[in-house]
Design a protein around this ligand. Structure first.
Ligand code: ZN
Length: 380
């Protein structure tokens, strides 16, 4: 059962934020950065909503394999406990990307209808304390250097809490727009590293702030298209290898800017659906291991190009559910590994994309719940 046209090309708009293990191994200035914090505009929100609510995809059975249903209460407890622990390993690892962690954790809570468990005023105060007052950009934590990745996370969390009014929108959008280069590409911060992740992040951020007019969108799109490969995928720079995370960024940016006509949907759809392995999970590139986070990168891209029916969603749902820690909560990258907030978010978000019962639908381009995206674009 195919669904057509949910990501029309009339209209740019979308959301999202990326994972830390793809792609920054070789880039010193981004070694600590999760990619995207990640969720626009190029695809039609109306058709997206129609897709989400009229899908003919059948929800997975309630008790797949050994793990059973999504342990919503346990995952909510786990996310809230990570926030409270300040001195254990995971908290230390997360120190420099606390703003991304806040985005992953709070978005997961919202998708599971548990956002009321946090005090929004406390979160907003802390978010604002991570802003570099001079540049307008946000750091990963209080006193850290600003970077476009953290800036999108800040905007996404404030959007989630319906508190974008707390921002000096022009100051923040000037910071993001100032990172665009003459060739249309974007740097991540003042150090100048260029990557299509940053193109997505900047475009998503400015779209959420209604400030896409501050950049040269045509040149931004041209640069992303110059990173398209013969296999239909996209790399981080022209000639860079295709990678599922990078593809999400490029397709998401093209969706938000209404430029999906640059994508060869069948060719890219084929590359993406080949990411599903025998265990039902998805990998990010050929010959790599499956990993829960690719449930997001691959699935959201397939939805945006109308090819999500090319993978087996029941098998993927079972793979994600098998990665749950049913005792302590949280989701890991693959079965029996240690859980973390990052994979908990992408597991739950992936299930949301597959319309798992009881979860809020999430927007594949903006990586925010659909109701949040609708509030921003239809109730300004
Ligand atoms: Zn992963």
């Amino acid at each position: 059962m195919t669904k057509k046209g949910q990501y029309g090309t009339q209209y740019p708009s979308f959301r999202f934020s990326p994972p830390q293990h793809w792609n920054h191994e070789n880039s010193p200035s981004s070694s600590a950065l999760p990619i995207f914090s990640l969720p626009c505009f190029p695809f039609s929100l109306i058709s997206l909503v129609r897709f989400l609510f009229t899908s003919e995809y059948e929800a997975p059975p309630a008790s797949p394999d050994r793990m059973g249903e999504l342990a919503v209460e346990k995952h909510a407890e786990y996310i809230l406990s990570v926030e409270k622990r300040k001195d254990d390993f995971e908290s230390l690892v997360m120190e420099h990307l606390r703003l991304n962690g806040a985005y992953w954790g709070l978005t997961t809570l919202d998708i599971m209808h548990k956002l009321a468990s946090v005090n929004p005023d406390e979160v907003v105060t802390w978010i604002l304390s991570c802003q570099d007052k001079e540049s307008g950009g946000f750091g990963g934590n209080v006193g850290h250097d600003p970077h476009v990745l953290y800036t999108l996370s800040a905007v996404q969390v404030l959007a989630l809490l319906d508190r974008l009014d707390a921002l000096d929108v022009n100051k923040v959008s000037d910071y993001v727009a100032g990172l665009q280069n003459e060739d249309g590409s974007f740097a991540g911060d003042i150090w100048g590293e260029i990557d299509t992740r940053f193109s997505y992040v900047a475009i998503c951020c400015l779209s959420l702030l209604h400030r896409l007019n501050k950049i040269n969108v045509e040149k931004a799109v041209d640069y992303i298209v110059s990173c398209k490969n013969l296999d239909g995928g996209f790399g981080s720079i022209p000639g860079g290898e295709s990678h599922a995370g990078q593809i999400f960024c490029c397709v998401g940016a093209l969706a938000i800017t209404g430029s999906l006509h640059h994508v060869d949907r069948d060719l890219l759809g084929w590359w993406l659906c080949e990411r599903q392995c025998k265990d039902g999970g998805l990998n990010g590139r050929p010959e790599k291991l499956t990993d829960v986070c690719y449930s997001w990168w691959v699935l959201s891209s397939l939805i945006m190009i109308d090819r999500v029916h090319w993978i087996d969603k029941n098998k993927l749902s079972k793979f994600i559910l098998n990665c749950q820690d049913l005792e302590k909560g949280g989701i890991s990258d693959r079965p029996d590994n240690a859980v973390d907030v990052f994979h908990t978010y992408f597991g739950v978000a992936g299930l949301s994309l597959m319309e798992y019962p009881g979860l809020k639908p999430i927007d594949p381009a903006y990586a925010l719940p659909v109701d949040v995206v609708n509030r921003i674009f239809f109730q300004k």
